[in-house]
Write a protein that binds this ligand. Structure first.
Ligand SMILES: *Cc1c(COP(=O)(O)O)cnc(C)c1O
Length: 221
């Protein structure tokens, strides 16, 4: 039961950790079940699915975009998106800013960092991330707010490696906070941890875990 899984996970995680229920590929009915159990934060990674679900489901849901976001699709989610987890270029940030402005909003974003060994995962190196926030044009982006960082660990059963990667993301967060966001209390989120590794992520300082399979079961693509 989705309800039992939501309640169970909520009971075992610290209160400061936000549970993002990753409902990608799952039908509206699954989201409604989680919603009935009190869940309000959902993560999706396809713009088209997200827009459809937003239109059909209750309006007090906080929708998070968790995957790679194409610049040309930002306009569809800009009116309602609560958080974009995986900003991986300055260009994307500029587009989000522009679309947020059109909607009279400030859109919260996380910078995605590459912490895994795998080549395929998107994200900045620490140096690239620093270059973004110290770019002279960064402060002109008044309709976005960088509220923290996001990362994905390598898909492996080697817990030491996963832990090492999460530690690296936490260190990046702390460095950026000191150097660029010391006077910005909203810079406080570390989005790390999925079904496989969320317990380690919480031990290493995660403030947001993104769980799909453990709440909704296997995905069928
Ligand atoms: C699919 C996805 C998740 C959820 O993964 P599970 O292993 O099913 O918990 C989390 N984060 C991102 C970025 C995803 O794409």
């Amino acid at each position: 039961m989705i309800r039992d899984k939501i309640l169970h996970i909520k009971s075992e995680i610290p209160e400061i950790v936000t549970l993002v229920a990753v409902s990608k590929t799952k039908p509206e009915s699954a989201i409604e079940e989680a919603y009935a159990a009190g869940q309000r934060v959902f993560g999706e990674n396809k713009v088209q699915d997200l827009v459809r679900k937003y239109e059909q489901l209750p309006k007090d849901i906080f929708w998070h975009f968790i995957g790679h976001l194409q610049s040309n699709k930002v306009k569809y989610i800009a009116p309602f998106i609560a958080l974009i987890h995986a900003v991986d270029s300055f260009k994307l940030l500029e587009v989000v800013n522009k679309e947020a402005q059109k909607n009279n909003r400030v859109i919260d974003c996380l910078l995605q960092f590459h912490i895994a060994e795998e080549e395929t995962k998107f994200g900045f190196s620490f140096e690239e991330g620093k270059a973004i926030v110290s770019n002279e044009n960064f402060t002109k982006l008044e309709n976005i707010r960088i509220v923290g960082v996001m990362g994905m660990a390598t898909y492996t059963h080697n817990e030491d490696q996963i832990r090492k990667e999460f530690k690296a993301l936490k260190a990046i967060f702390t460095d950026l906070q000191k150097q660029f966001f010391a006077d910005k209390p909203y810079f406080k989120e570390i989005s790390m941890g999925m079904t496989q590794d969320y317990k380690i992520a919480i031990e290493e300082g995660s403030t947001m875990i993104r769980l799909g399979t453990s709440l909704f079961g296997q995905r069928n693509y």
